[in-house]
Design a binder for this molecule. Structure first.
Ligand code: ATP
Ligand code: MG
Length: 545
């Protein structure tokens, strides 16, 4: 709008200047015209004025008026400045008083020009030698000048109006062409400020605004690229943090497992050492007894045979001997001594059996996989736990075995004994807890049932069941977690099942799971491959790597 105003002002100025120039030109032209008319009037009026022929002068001035329609007035003055001929009056004029203009003209040398609103009055004195004969004056209408000025002014106004209109339109168009892209830019900038970087402004021209829009679009594209780069870095970092956290938690878990294993194996190793020591100490004296019993039996049998022979050859012994025979009841000794020796033999065999079991159980340090009889392991463990099978009431816990004929399997028997020990101890604990709880008297005698079976040529299963209380479903999933226990402090560490799980699943590539049902009991099932896991289960071994 300011532009339009400036244009209008400029055009008004130009118009004013044009009017001024027209006026100056016109003034000059009118002065020349007036001078010419005065020249003519002076030439024709000189003689009649000299003779003061008022009629002639009047006719002259009328004739002049007829030829020059622009003449508005015309006067001829005598030497005293009185009007003697007037354009607007017919015939001579005999004025009594001199006119001020006439007197001024007579006294002035050059032509006098007086600009009035409607006309230019021009006059001069008529001089003949030294004598001033009079003066002439004419009035020339300035109407053409008014018209010309009005025309120029009107043209100026029209031009100013057109220029103003044009200027305004151009200004609107221009401002639209500038403000519209600028507004688009502002909107896009606001959206970017709000976080929406997906902004591109349209490029519709080839001016500075287009350059600005182009730069803006490039800037948003770069921003987007930088942001996606940052996002990618962030994702990568998060991924790395996640990986590290995962690795850390795995390391912690591994550490925990190692720790639990250490604690448990330390426990088992101490027990194994104790058992091995006891077995060894008992084994020596037991071997003496067992080894000498055979000789003792032979010797005693020989002696008994000799006594029988004596009795046959000397049926009537002397009185003193007979008294001694009666006192010891020789007949009873003769019949009871072989039975006594027989029972000593059984006892010795039993001791041997126990020592063998203790030795089987204590095979903890034997780290390699070796073919071993699973049943031996279970039996030796039961033997160790025998003292715990007694109950406060009744006949104690019944152990029922259903052993299938199984070939030895490749295993670390010491470790498997540890598993049997943990599961059987838990079963005994559960049954004893049930008996101790007054609210739930058991209907059936407390029983542990051990069943073995062959699943396939490559797999066997061992079921260890007890008819004690069932395990709540909420804690079922936590059974194998390290340190999970329901037992009071000092009674249980919560490591038994987690160690067992590790031994079965990791070391033996087997499976260990548990079934428990109310009014039935709890059963742990071990499934074990019969051959060395690294040879028989390459897929699992590979998966582990
Ligand atoms: N036969 C079972 N009957 C009922 N509950 C059982 C049986 N076996 C295990 N549980 C439950 O599982 C929990 C975990 O057993 P786990 O052998 O791991 O630890 P613990 O026996 O409590 O302690 P630890 O064996 O280290 O001395 C036990 O506290 C018990 O609640
Ligand atoms: Mg336990």
């Amino acid at each position: 709008m300011t532009m339009t105003g400036l244009v209008v002002i400029a055009i008004s100025g130009v118009t004013a200047l044009s009017v001024q120039r027209e006026q100056n030109t016109f003034h000059q032209e009118w002065k020349e015209r007036a001078s010419l008319l005065l020249d003519t009037l002076e030439v024709v009026a000189r003689d009649p004025l000299y003779d003061l022929e008022a009629d002639v002068l009047s006719q002259l001035i009328s004739a002049l008026a007829q030829n020059h329609p622009l003449l508005t007035s015309g006067h001829i003055y005598d030497s005293d400045g009185r009007i003697i001929a007037d354009l607007h009056r017919q015939g001579p004029v005999y004025a009594t008083q001199s006119s001020p203009l006439g007197q001024r003209l007579i006294n002035s040398e050059p032509t006098v020009f007086i600009w009035q609103s409607q006309q230019l009055v021009a006059g001069r004195a008529i001089i003949a030698g030294e004598q001033r004969l009079g003066a002439v004056s004419i009035g020339l209408s300035t109407a053409p000048l008014q018209q010309k000025v009005a025309r120029v002014r009107n043209q100026g106004i029209v031009i100013a109006l057109i220029a103003g209109g044009l200027g305004a339109s151009i200004a609107v168009v221009l401002s639209r062409s500038i403000t519209t892209p600028l507004q688009a830019l502002v909107v896009a900038t606001r959206k970017i400020a709000q976080g929406d970087l997906n902004q591109q402004v349209p490029i519709q021209s080839h001016d500075e605004l287009a350059v600005l829009a182009q730069s803006f679009n490039e800037m948003t594209s770069r921003l987007q690229q930088t942001l996606s780069l940052l996002q990618a870095h962030k994702d990568e970092l998060e991924q790395r943090v996640q990986e590290r956290t995962q690795a850390l938690s795995e390391a912690i878990q591994h550490l925990q497992q190692t720790q639990t294993q250490l604690v448990q194996s330390e426990k088992m190793s101490s027990l194994g050492q104790l058992v091995a020591g006891v077995a060894h100490e008992i084994n020596n004296p037991a071997s003496f007894i067992h080894g000498n019993l055979t000789y003792a039996s032979t010797y005693i049998q020989d002696l008994l045979d000799i006594i029988t022979l004596y009795q046959r050859h000397y049926p009537n012994p002397p009185a003193g001997l007979q008294e001694a025979i009666d006192a010891v009841d020789l007949a009873f000794i003769q019949s009871d001594l072989p039975k006594l020796l027989q029972s000593m033999q059984v006892g010795s065999d039993r001791i041997n059996e126990i020592v063998r079991s203790l030795r089987t159980f204590s095979r903890l340090e034997e780290g390699d996989f070796k073919p071993a009889d699973i049943h031996d392991g279970i039996d030796s463990t039961l033997m160790i736990l025998k003292h715990r099978l007694k109950m406060a009431t009744g006949n104690g816990i019944q152990v029922v075995k259903h052993y299938a004929p199984l070939d030895p399997i490749d295993c670390r028997l010491g470790q498997l004994n540890q598993v049997f020990m943990n599961i059987l101890t838990n079963a005994i604990d559960a049954l004893q807890d049930q008996e101790a709880a007054p609210s739930s008297p058991s209907q059936q005698p407390p029983t542990i049932e051990i069943r073995t079976r062959s699943l396939s040529p490559d797999w066997i299963a061992i079921h260890i069941f007890n008819n004690g209380p069932s395990i709540d479903t909420e804690i079922h999933s936590k059974l194998f977690d390290p340190f999970f226990t329901t037992k009071s402090v000092g009674q249980g560490t919560g490591l038994g099942l987690s160690i067992s799980y590790q031994i079965v699943t990791e070391h033996h590539r087997g499976r260990l799971y548990c079934h428990s049902k109310a009014n039935w009991g709890t059963e742990f099932i071990l499934e074990l491959p019969t051959h060395h896991p690294d040879e028989t289960m390459p897929d699992l071994a590979a998966a582990d790597r």
